[in-house]
Each structure stands twice: as C-alpha cells, then as structure tokens.
Design a protein around this ligand. Structure first.
Ligand code: ME8
Length: 515
C-alpha cells in the first residue's frame, strides 16, 4: 500500500496530573470515529493516543500527593489507558513519554537540532505558567496572569534555546504552500497573524526540576516538556529510525487532532522543529473547540469536570458519542448540557433512526414471514428512485466530510437520509399495502431494509455498538460490513434470508427525576 492509502490520526497525549474528564474523551472519540471510518473505507490506518508524563506540572501533582513521579504517572497513565479500553476505542497504539522508545527519539531529535545549529545555550529570565507548561512575555500577561488565566511565576535559569526567530519566514511560506496544514480556516488565520507578529527564540530546557528527559551531554537540564511531548507522534512510528516501516507509511499522512488550547505548540513550534531537523511536518493540524458545562468553564475549582464513566452509565456510550459529534460543529466551541444530550437521544436517535429501524424490522417480522422481503415488481417508482439515489450518494458525501474532519456534517447527511426514509415509510404506508398490493409491500419493505443496511454500515464509525446490533438484525455477514459492500450491487440483502426477532436499539431516555 502506498502512503496515500494510509491514514495516521493522533490525539494529544494527555497530562497525567489528574484523572481523565469528558474533554479528553471528546478528542479521543472524534479521532476514533475518523479512524474507524477510514478502516471501514479500506485504508491502512494507524490511530495513536497516549499520555504526557514529564514536566513541572506532573512533578508537582505527584509531590502534592506525596508520591514519586514514576509511581504517580504509572497509576494515572493506566487510568487513561483504562478509559480508552472502556470506551471501546480502536486505537492501534498507546504511547507514554516515560517509555524508552520515546526517550530515545527525543534525544535523537535534540541531537539533530544541535547539529543543524538550531540550539544554543543561554539563560531564560521571564514568566512561566506551570498549568500551561508555557513561557509568556510580559506583554502577553493580562492582569498578571497568562492569557489562559493560568497563574505565572518568574523564572531565571540557564536554558537551551531553539532558534525559533530564524524560522518565521520559512514557517509563513510553509503555511502558504500547504494551505490545508492548519484547520479550520479561522485557526489558520490566527496562527499566521501570530507568526507575522514576530517570533522569539524558544527556551527548550529547564534546570529547576528534574522530572524529564535529560538533555544529551548536559544532564543538569531536562528537555522542555513540549519538545518532549510533540515528538511522541513520531517516536510511536519508530523515529529516529526514519526507515522504519511505520514511519515511512504513516508519517506523511499524519493528522493531529487537538483542542484549540494547544494550537500554537502544534502549528508553530512543531513544524519549526521538524523543518529545522530536515523532517516533513504532519499533513494537518486540526484544532477543535472547547466544551463548557451547563454554560460554565469546566474546571477543577468549580468541581464541574464531567466524568466520562458517569455519562456513559447514564446515557450510553453510542449516545454520548453521537451527541458530542453531532451537537457542535467540529472546530467550534459548544456547551454540554443534560437537556441537550437528552434531546438528541430522544429526537434523533429514538424517534428518527431508532424508530425507522424498529418499525421497518417489525413490519418485516410480521408481514414478510420474518425474512428479508422479496422485491417482486420490476417497476421503480419516483419515490423509490429518490430514496435509492439519496442513499447511493450518501457515502461519497460522508467520506468528503470525514476527510475534512467535518464530523457534524457527515452525521447531518446521514440523518437527512434517515428522515427521507421515514417520510418514505409514511408515504408508502406499507401496512395498508398488505391488503391492497402485497407485492408492492414487499418492494417497499425491501427498499427500506436495504437503506437501513447502508445507513448502519456508515454509522458503525460513529455509533459502533448500536450499528452492529442493526446489522445483526439484518443478518449482514461480518465480512460484508466494510464500505466496499455499500453499493447495492455488492452488498445487497439476500431476499428470503430468515431474520431474528427485532429489538429496539435506541431506547428513549426517561429522566427519572423529571418523570
Ligand atoms: O495539553 N473541551 O494535555 P491536556 C474540549 N499534554 N477539549 C478538551 C477540554 C474541553 N473543555 N479539556 C481538555 C495537554 N480537552 C498536553 C498535550 S500533545 C503533544 C501534548 C482536550 O491533558 C483537548 O484535546 O491538558 C485539549 O487539547 C486536550 O484535552 C488537553 O489535554
């Protein structure tokens, strides 16, 4: 397979200073939907997630709890790994920055940047926000705090620097030559204007604590946690062995999905490090928006950080995935409210998609001898054609949107076809045809079953468990569930196949308290 048939998608590696919350789960779920879709679509996919374990913030969190950083990170990294497994995430790898394979790669990149003359020793005197693990200039501070609201402290220490200032023009021309490197477009403009504003050399080592990767040949310094962390995307593919199979295949197709909070690190520093080292930057950095919770910023001090386990327990995993990917245009900020998720569950999933499956499968069970209907008449009505053509076109539309990370648009397109199919049921009224024209009833129910098959093939990427149940109810063979079986000529249901007793897939959510 050439690398063009490959897809490499990554989540940020999460800090292990605390347990995972819904913000982390969101990025991971979005990447999972993209990875699953690409796999179903026949691509050779690598999906990476993991944990960012070095630096002052994690060291401080460990010490605050009276635990050694290694033991602390072992425990918290495992919590992230468990969440990934418990959410059924289809990642291919999970990297920890405390692993040897990673440390070796970071040291190699450092050495390479020394060789190219992009690193020099100096001294840093300025502001640092431990919470952001970021340096700030005096002029960036707002009311004595970082622009993110994080507290800052004054730091003065010997430090190695990366000659970022030398990369301003080269970065700008890189953005120009690669117009899709930063997405969405609003973020790209933001980054370009930041870079045009001028770049200062970047401090890339620290001496005032020790929890990090020692700088090669100068172990009094540890590598700045962001240089360490960003390198994970390559070390997981075998870097520094640039001849490694994984590196050669996947690196050119790398798409980093991140939150907008860490855009500057990914869209400015990271490509600068790579260009300086003579390596290719990733194909794209996509920054999604920020979730608030019931209108408020999610924060530890407010105690409103939502636990993904509680949400899955209350609403269901597929329901949570659907809500997060559909409710907010991917890239925009959004608000997580209980009322909004319940509304999506009851209207889109229970009333629309669920009800379509339920009523069609029940009518088939009752009126077609519990077998895939037998289409008999050879005429295709105008309504049949509209339904067929819309379903036929859907895959291309969804693919286009998923490849542009517009997951919400992909789901909107799916639900347009769900709505069309529901209108078709109402207009054809197969229950009435039973007496007047039973052959036509079989046609209508066949067309609907076939439409549901196709919808479920696509929704596997977004709602894997529910879609599997739908496909099971249509007795679609396991090996016929990839998107190569989407076209009716290849995957169509076999008339006469006995079907199991239908069972609902998307129950209504009844709020006990409200009821
Ligand atoms: O930044 N809304 O790790 P982190 C949406 N270790 N997404 C959210 C969110 C919210 N309210 N809160 C968190 C780091 N996220 C670094 C990354 S990568 C080389 C190093 C998600 O644990 C979002 O993806 O602070 C955000 O970018 C990420 O969690 C930050 O995770």
């Amino acid at each position: 397979m050439s690398s063009a048939d490959c897809f490499y998608v990554t989540t940020p590696i999460y800090y292990v200073n605390d347990v995972p919350h819904i913000g982390h789960a969101y990025t991971t779920i979005a990447c999972d939907a993209m990875a699953r879709f690409a796999k179903l679509d026949g691509k050779d996919v690598r999906f990476l997630t993991g944990t960012d374990e070095h630096g002052q913030k994690v060291e401080k969190a460990a010490h605050d709890r009276g635990i050694e950083p290694q033991a602390f990170t072992d425990d918290l990294s495992q919590r992230f790994r468990d969440l990934v497994a418990d959410m059924g995430i289809a990642n291919d790898d999970f990297i920890r920055t405390t692993e040897e394979r990673h440390k070796d790669g970071v040291k190699a990149l450092w050495q390479r940047l020394v060789e190219t003359g992009d690193i020099y020793l100096g001294g840093y005197a300025g502001w640092y926000a431990v919470r952001d693990e970021a340096f700030y200039t005096e002029s960036e501070l707002i009311d004595g705090k970082a622009p993110t609201g994080a507290p800052v402290e004054w730091v003065e220490e010997p430090s190695y620097f990366f000659r970022l200032s030398a990369w301003q023009e080269k970065l700008l021309s890189f953005y120009e030559q690669n117009p899709d490197f930063i997405a969405p477009a609003s973020r790209r403009n933001e980054v370009i204007s930041f870079v045009k504003g001028g770049l200062q050399d970047l401090s890339i080592s620290r001496t005032s604590f020790s929890w990090g990767i020692p700088v090669p040949d100068d172990p009094d310094h540890v590598v700045y946690v962001w240089l360490d962390a960003l390198t994970n995307y390559m070390t997981a593919l075998g870097y520094p062995d640039v001849g490694a199979d994984g590196y050669k295949k996947y690196w050119p197709e790398a798409v980093h999905i991140i939150g907008k909070d860490i855009l500057r690190f990914h869209a400015v520093y990271w490509p600068a490090f790579l260009l300086a080292a003579g390596l290719k930057p990733p194909k794209r950095v996509f920054a999604h928006g920020w979730w608030t919770i019931e209108g408020e910023k999610m924060s530890k001090s407010l105690g409103n950080a939502l636990d993904p386990y509680e949400l899955i327990e209350t609403y269901g995993l597929d329901q949570l995935r659907y809500f997060m990917l559909r409710e907010v245009p991917f890239g925009n900020d959004g608000d997580f409210s209980r009322a909004a998720i319940i509304n999506r569950i009851n209207s889109d999933l229970a009333n629309d998609y669920g009800n379509l499956c339920q009523r069609v499968l029940s009518m088939i069970a009752k009126n077609c001898g519990a077998k895939v209907p037998q289409p008999l008449s050879d005429t295709e009505t105008e309504d049949d054609k509209v339904l067929h053509d819309s379903a036929e076109a859907l895959l291309g539309t969804v693919r286009k949107h998923v490849e542009a990370q517009a997951l919400h648009k992909a789901l909107e397109a799916v639900f347009d076809v769900v709505a069309l199919a529901n209108r078709y049921v109402d207009a054809q009224a197969p229950w009435a045809l039973k007496k007047t024209d039973p052959d036509r009833m079989e046609d209508v129910l066949y067309n609907l079953a076939e439409t549901i098959r196709r919808l479920a093939l696509i929704t596997q990427a977004f709602m894997p468990a529910a879609s599997e149940k739908i496909l099971d109810q249509l007795v679609v063979a396991a090996e016929e569930r990839t998107l190569s079986h989407y076209p009716s000529e290849r995957g169509r249901l076999e008339p006469g196949t006995p079907l199991p007793k239908p069972a609902g897939v998307f129950p209504r959510y009844v709020d006990e308290a409200a009821a």
